[in-house]
Structures are given as C-alpha cells and as structure tokens.
Design a binder for this molecule. Structure first.
Ligand code: GLV
Ligand code: MN
Ligand code: MN
Length: 427
C-alpha cells in the first residue's frame, strides 16, 4: 500500500510533518543499493558479519549519513552509531536501528530495514527542521545473525555487557578466521569514527524490522507493535568416534560419529515433539570429518537452535538436551556446549503505547504481536525501555533470498518510527 500522500497533511505539528517527510522512494532506492552488496541469485543477499561485503555496506551507510551532516561513532565491537544532535547534547539519546549483516542465503530486508528506516527518519526530521531535546542515534549492530560467528546478537550483547568482548575474540568461523581478526579489519576501515564506550546511557530503544512471519499480511495490516520475543538457546554438539575403512570394518566394530549424531538428532526430535507446535527446534548445520565417502566418520558436530515463548519450558527442555544426546550416542564421546541462552523478553508498556499512539496519529491500524525471531532489541530491553515496530513481508518468508517487502509498507513503518522517535526524544 502506498502511504505517500495520506500523511503529508498537518504540517503544523513538526512530528507529523516529519512522518510525512519520510521519502518512500529514497528509502526503497537505498534498500536496492544495499542489496547489490553481496547480491546472490534470486534477489538474495550474502553479507555475513565482518566480511568485505559487511565493510562495503558500512562504508555506504556512513557516506549517506555524513552527506546528511550526521556524526559517526563506533564502539570496540564495531557497532556504528549515527547521531542527529538534540538541543541537549548531554542528554541520553534515543536509539533506533538493527543490523546490516545477513544470513549466508539471506534476503534484502532482514536487519538492513531497521538501519535504513532509522536513517530515513533522521533525514525526515532534518527536512522539516524538527528539534528534539535528546539526540537520536541510529545504530547498526555487529553480527546479529550469528551465521558466520556464533552466536548471533553479539554486538548488542557486548554493548549491553551481557557478554564480554574478550569472550568473543577467539570465536572462529568455519574457515578458521578469528572474530578478533575480522573485527580488526572492520575497525580499520572506519578510522575516522569517534570512539564510543559500551553501555552508554540510552533513554529508549526502538527497532523497526520486517515481521519474518505471515500475520500482518494475512490481517491486511502495515504495522505490528511487538510485545515480546520468545526465548532462545543455542547449542553446539560434538560427537567423537573413530575413523575406519568403509569396506572392511564390520558395523558392530564401528564407532561411527555420524550415525551416532543422527541417533542423537532423532532422539532430540522426540524430546521436542510438541502437539501444539509451539516448540521451535532446528538443526541447521552438520559438519563431518574426515567427510569422505569411504571412511567412517571420526567426528560429527551439529548445531541446535531451540526456542520457546515460555521461560520454564525453555529451561526444562533445554536442560534435557545434553542427557538426551548422551543416551542416544552410546558408542561415542559426546560434548554439548551451550553458546547462547536468552529467556523470553517482554517489551516496555510505555514504549509500546508510544508506538501505538504514533500509528494511530498517522491513521495506520496496528496490531500487537509477539516475535518468533530474536532481535538486538531483546538485549537493549535490559538496559532501557525498548520496543519494536514490524512491517509485513511477503508470505512471511525470511532467511531466504525470496524475502520481500513492499516500498509502501517499509515507508509506513518508517513514518511510525519517525513520529515515535520524535516523541521519545522530547520526553
Ligand atoms: C535472527 O536472525 C533469528 O535467528 O531470530
Ligand atoms: Mn534481523
Ligand atoms: Mn535474521
């Protein structure tokens, strides 16, 4: 739906005027420019964290922001902060943003939308000369996806001091590249940005994102007000067997790490079986060594992404993962490491009310909804009042090159964001 005309009325109120100044075409053009960086077939994007594509995206974002006169900051994990100054430069800023990294086979909107919507909102505020008491920062968080360096949400976790930077530095990607080395390249690529500390005081945080599910589209709505994010736990399981000749070694004499890993995965599927279909259980990566057709596997490792909206279920089922793997893999050693654990988060009622009121003021019907995906907002929610705005994505498809969203819906969410930011930055 095109919302360009409907909201350019009422220029007396600077915040409504700013929402009206959101430029749908500019916002869309920027998405398409960004989508060229790391473009893959079928309209997809492979712009994983701390790659040369990530660096190119950061450079482009900074160029756009500097052209608007905004100042650029960066912290020690590479989170970028684009500041529109407030009347009181010492006041805690309102933050908005998301991430620019993508899945290896990702889409053009997951994450980058929240960053570009934030920049567009700041430009719209500039355009109508709106003054805010507090500064507003657009943040681009480092490594939200976790596809290259596990786990995800690393930038926001470290910023909010939920995890120490030092504990991330020795994490390696599948090629053996250390997070520390990849990060050093990213930091070297933005030498002029002002250094920002972790966990500086923030008045409020708002993240705009595509829904990544089908609800808004099926309800025919443009705006979702996100009430909560389900909890997530990530594990890495390693099964140690013994390499042997595929042609000569009797099955009974084998310690086959791959077969034992498959037995563990089957047992986990039974553990996670849920007639209500609320549990989310995913084994997304399996690595085998020596990975040869005629050698019995000496090592097999796999990842687990387990999510649930209820904290106690997340705790209890998650705590059964290790013993389930051990019981299933009887002939091999099993090591289970938990690499991420986040209990469900519930967003701030005042922020939700501000988003809802902004949508209503712009004539955009909205619905409250939970998020199945996790977002940097769940860590920011620990340190300041936080909330999220969802816009529809086609058929709910995400983490897939076919991910799609309409220019009008992206602009509608950005208008709600601009108005929400203005109000929060004046409160
Ligand atoms: C974020 O990308 C998630 O996995 O929910
Ligand atoms: Mn995302
Ligand atoms: Mn994602």
């Amino acid at each position: 739906m095109d919302t360009r005309v409907r909201h350019t009325r009422n220029n007396d109120d600077p915040s409504i005027a700013a929402a009206g100044a959101v430029d749908q075409d500019r916002l869309w053009r920027r998405h398409m420019e960004m989508a060229k960086i790391g473009a893959i077939p079928s309209n997809g994007v492979n712009r994983q964290a701390l790659t040369k594509e990530d660096i190119a995206a950061r450079r482009l974002l900074i160029a756009w922001a500097e052209a608007c006169g905004f100042s650029i900051g960066i912290d020690a994990i590479g989170n970028i902060f684009i500041r529109r100054q407030g009347r009181n430069p010492n006041a805690a800023p309102v933050l908005t943003g998301s991430h620019m990294d993508s899945q290896p086979s990702g889409g053009r909107f997951d994450g980058i939308y929240g960053v570009l919507a934030g920049l567009e909102a700041l430009e719209a505020l500039n355009q109508v000369g709106a003054v805010t008491e507090r500064p507003i920062d657009v943040v681009a968080w480092t490594n939200e996806e976790g596809g290259r360096f596990s786990p995800g949400a690393m930038g926001s976790m470290v910023f909010t001091e939920s995890r120490r930077l030092e504990d991330c530095l020795s994490i390696a990607d599948s090629q053996g590249v250390l997070f520390a080395d990849a990060l050093a390249e990213v930091l070297a690529a933005t030498p002029k940005a002002e250094k920002r500390p972790f966990n500086f005081p923030v008045a409020a945080y708002i993240e705009a994102h595509i829904e990544q599910g089908p609800m808004l589209e099926s309800e025919g709505l443009q705006i979702g007000v996100v009430t909560a994010i389900q909890g997530s736990r990530w594990f890495e399981v390693e099964v140690f067997g013994e390499s042997a000749h595929a042609g000569t070694t009797p099955l009974k004499a084998r310690r086959d790490a791959l077969q034992e890993a498959l037995a563990a995965i089957s047992a986990l599927n039974r553990l996670m079986d849920d007639p209500t279909d609320t549990v989310r259980f995913t084994v997304g990566r399996i690595d085998v060594a020596p990975n040869s057709p005629n050698s019995v596997a000496e090592r097999a490792s796999f990842t687990i992404d387990f999510r649930h909206p209820e904290g106690p279920v997340l705790t209890d089922l998650g705590n059964d993962i290790e013993s389930t793997c051990r019981r299933a893999a009887t002939r091999c050693e099993v090591e289970v490491r938990e690499v991420f654990h986040r209990q469900p988060c519930v967003f701030d009622p005042t922020v939700l009310g501000t988003i809802e009121a902004a949508a209503a003021a712009l004539g955009l019907p909205a619905m409250r909804m939970p998020s199945g995906a996790f977002h940097d907002a769940m860590f920011m929610n620990e340190v300041c009042p936080a909330g999220m705005i969802f816009v529809p994505c086609e058929k709910g498809i995400s983490h897939n090159p076919a991910e799609n969203a309409s220019p009008g819906d992206l602009a509608a969410g950005t208008r709600v964001l601009a108005l929400t930011l203005f109000r929060l930055a004046n409160s």
